[in-house]
Design a protein around this ligand. Sequence first.
Ligand code: AMP
Ligand code: GLY
Length: 426
Amino acid sequence: MNILLLGSGGREHALAWKMTQSKQCSQLYIAPGNAGTSRHGINVSIGVNDFEAQKNFCLANNITLVVVGPEEPLVKGVYDFYKQDEALKHIIVIGPSAYGAQLEGSKAFSKKFMQRHNIPTAAYAEFDETNFEDGRKYIQQHSLPIVLKADGLAAGKGVVICYSRDEALKVFEEMIVHKQFGDASAKVVIEQFLSGIEVSVFVLTNGKDYKIIGHAKDYKRIGEGDTGPNTGGMGCVSPVPFVTPGFLAKVEETIIKPTVDGLHKEGVVYNGFIFFGLIKVENEPYVIEYNCRMGDPETEVVMPLLQNDLVALFLALDNDTLKNTTIDFDTRACCTVVAVSGGYPGDYEKNKTITGLASSFEEDTLVFHAGTLQQNEAVVTNGGRVLAVSAYGKDIQQAVTTSKKALEQISFEGMYFRRDIGYEFE
Ligand code: AMP
Ligand code: GLY
């Protein structure tokens, strides 16, 4: 079959790498892709939100499966666009409907959903300009720290953890009155701060049945020792030592099953990934957030460890055989270490030539491209996160050592990566 993959990051390179290992993938197209995805298929210069252009492309190229990488097209209704079009509705789309994508696209929606289905999460209240004064009072009497979240998508910047009430009041006003994130902060969720260790669990679901396809711990801060500003993710490890079978069983029982059952009971159309962002507080898992897609860079460790044919799993979602499918995992550890442009997550320059990509890396190394662009013979930087170098190992430390060795052979002006990914699992 011909497959169209939407997106252009490390996640999409890892998905492209995985899907093209399937005998069922005849031709993969990636819109718009990056220099790495072009090694697995044909990049086409169509934007992830340009549904009309995608339609023309799908019809001209006999596409029968569309896999959606990032959240934005999902929240904007890419699934519904295909399903409501007579000429496209036969295409299998991997992703939720726009309604289901609100699990990520609206914090207020996801909190209400969790409340309805008794899914453990931080206590919260939601406010907008109609009850702004109530929100101020809520902050005044709330314990510290206190977490403020813009309701909608805010490019990863919509969550602020405030350590004083003055700061919280200021952030609250910025978001609601001064529309810091436009419509995305017209509504604000104010949440209890949970203290614990975070881990993410990934599920494939057709809104009725589900399978866990992996888990990972990511490292969000730019600096070593988890310091400095938040980023999209600087690295990941899997499996995570504290995710024992017992802990995972608890996550399934108290979080995953009630979520999928909740979607089913409410008739939510969902045919894709759920990313459960969890926090472990005294051995109990709580949901910090849902995402309606795979994580980046989590995909760069989850896909290497997943032994199933990914295209076959997508087809199983569609033909209702997911429940009869067994998921198999590689028994090794896997990590990914992300190389970023100098200045990231602040301003950074693009168009730096990347050298060393053709080096002979150690076996068990996978170089995934994130923000890269093929420019004639050269590969140049084209984003904040440039490469995600994954590696297998007998344990996390060995995997990280192999990733770092590969990164030592690669260079571009201003390149930076964290050398301490997985530091707590020595
Ligand atoms: P989110 O965009 O919801 O994933 O939030 C971004 C990050 O903020 C999370 O990965 C957590 O590190 C942190 N965070 C969000 N909500 C809470 C909370 N209730 N308690 C503690 N940390 C939180
Ligand atoms: N790495 C976090 C995310 O993909 O949202």
